[in-house]
Design a protein. Structure first.
Lengths: 109, 111
């Protein structure tokens, strides 16, 4: 069941920040926001997740709005290896991970 | 290295044949999952298992079967009842309510 809305595709110049938006207006109080990415013909790779606070790790930053109805994944310095499909998922965990069609990010040299 | 290993990477099935896809993890995760991905589409859950000797159907279980005899292993059998088996199959594992970690998939095609 689609609980998130993401743009179909985006481009980003190499070395610039990539900002990937996600709308999840029906998110419940106990649902987390997760981000994964999938490089062609590989399994999805976990990036980051959060509940309501902004989160940062070595891969990316996750900014969640105060009303939790949308979020943005930020890749601070995009490289060609960041070209992939990025999935935004809202979930309570377990078997409730629904991967939609995501955003296809192309990093341009 | 800890991780999830799927084999084989490519698999071909003849009409009327059952095939089994292997998934092994050494992350000590309790839960394991099987997903199917069709070209240009998202992932759909086939089966999942929270603990050894227990598994549950996902959204598209018809034509598939699984077993969970060991914590490390969760093989998926694509039976002859699955009429459209050509797809990319992904296995994942996790501690329940924690991020799922995926293998690199098996691509199944029909001869």
């Amino acid at each position: 069941d689609a609980k998130t809305t993401q743009p179909t595709s985006m481009d980003c110049a190499e070395g610039r920040a990539a900002n990937l938006p996600c709308n999840h207006s029906t998110i419940s109080g106990n649902e987390y926001v997760y981000w994964y990415r999938q490089i062609h013909s590989q399994g999805p790779q976990y990036i980051i997740h959060g509940l309501k606070n902004n989160e940062t790790n070595e891969m990316a930053s996750l900014i969640i709005t105060e009303d939790r109805k949308s979020s943005t994944l930020i890749l601070p310095h995009a490289t060609l290896r960041d070209t992939a499909v990025y999935y935004c998922i809202v979930t309570t965990g377990g078997n409730q991970f629904y991967f939609g069609t995501g955003t296809s990010l192309t990093v341009i040299p | 290295d800890g991780g999830i290993t799927q084999s084989p990477k490519y698999l071909f099935r003849k009409e009327g044949q059952n095939v089994t896809l292997s998934c092994e993890q050494n992350l000590n995760h309790d839960a394991m999952y099987w997903y199917r991905q069709d070209p240009g589409q998202g992932l759909r859950l086939i089966y999942y298992s929270q603990i050894v000797n227990d598994f549950q159907k996902g959204d598209i279980a018809e034509g598939y079967s699984v077993s969970r005899e060991k914590k490390e292993s969760f093989p998926l059998t694509v039976t002859s009842a699955q009429k459209n088996p050509t797809a990319f199959y992904l296995c994942a594992s996790s501690f329940w309510d924690q991020p799922q970690h995926f293998g690199d998939g098996t691509r199944l095609s029909i001869l």
